[in-house]
Design a protein around this ligand. Structure first.
Ligand SMILES: Cc1cc2nc3c(=O)[nH]c(=O)nc-3n(C[C@H](O)[C@H](O)[C@H](O)COP(=O)(O)O)c2cc1C
Length: 206
């Protein structure tokens, strides 16, 4: 099994989602052969999706020849996609930031979500995901927000957005694991223990 771990928290040893992802992956690897690749979105130098990348993409759409710089930018983006596509299982650990996902994860999504790579398009029938046959596990952490909390305590646009994106690219076998709330919590030890037990169960069943 080839596993790509995508870490979207910059907080290192303080990150609750990263710690839970580490626990899940080590439980998953128990008695199984799992090859783990890890992408640290805040440390690894992701290519920008700026003028060159958009130019390269629109050149493909319009049939215009890419400039040399655009071709180089597109090749660098393809390298990121190839690493993404090489995995059978993707484990994302994602903090909720301002009710959504951290910006580096959106950058990653914009890099790998390309026509002909992760999705197809037909003018008559619409979009088709091309990343079929894979599994994703998304590990969410938030300081305040948790299921059932009142509307004045924020929202979680991260879960529906990531679920929608994974479905869009053809990954339909998706599990969501939660460690929430990490800050506004009178008994975080209990929350953490429950999240770790759930992760163990999920790894055993995978
Ligand atoms: C920039 C930033 C924005 C945040 N926004 C939210 C938020 O909207 N809702 C929330 O519940 N917690 C928010 N938090 C708290 C984090 O979600 C919380 O610290 C969580 O544990 C982060 O995950 P990590 O421990 O894996 O880094 C925010 C934290 C940061 C640094």
């Amino acid at each position: 099994m080839k596993l790509l771990h995508i870490n979207a928290s910059p907080r290192g040893e303080d990150s609750q989602s990263l710690a839970l992802a580490g626990h899940f992956i080590s439980e998953l690897a128990r008695g199984r052969s799992v090859e783990v690749d890890r992408l640290d979105l805040f440390q690894d130098d992701l290519p920008a999706f700026g003028p060159l990348a958009t130019g390269a993409k629109m050149a493909l759409f319009s049939g215009r020849a890419q400039t040399e710089a655009e071709t180089a930018a597109w090749a660098a983006i393809r390298t990121v996609f190839d690493r993404f596509a090489a995995a059978d299982i993707h484990v994302f650990n994602v903090p909720v930031w301002n009710n959504g996902i951290p910006y580096v994860l959106k950058q990653f999504i914009d890099l790998v979500t390309q026509p002909g790579w992760s999705f197809g398009f037909d003018p008559g029938t619409g979009y088709t995901g091309l990343m079929t046959g894979r599994k994703a596990v998304v590990i969410h952490a938030s300081g305040v927000w948790h299921e059932g909390i009142g509307a004045n305590f924020g929202s979680d646009f991260s879960t529906p957005y990531l679920q929608d994106w994974l479905t869009f690219i053809g990954i339909t076998d998706v599990e969501h694991l939660r460690i929430q709330p990490t800050v506004l919590n009178a008994d975080f030890a209990a929350t953490r223990a429950e999240a770790w037990q759930t992760a163990t169960r999920l790894a055993e069943a995978a």
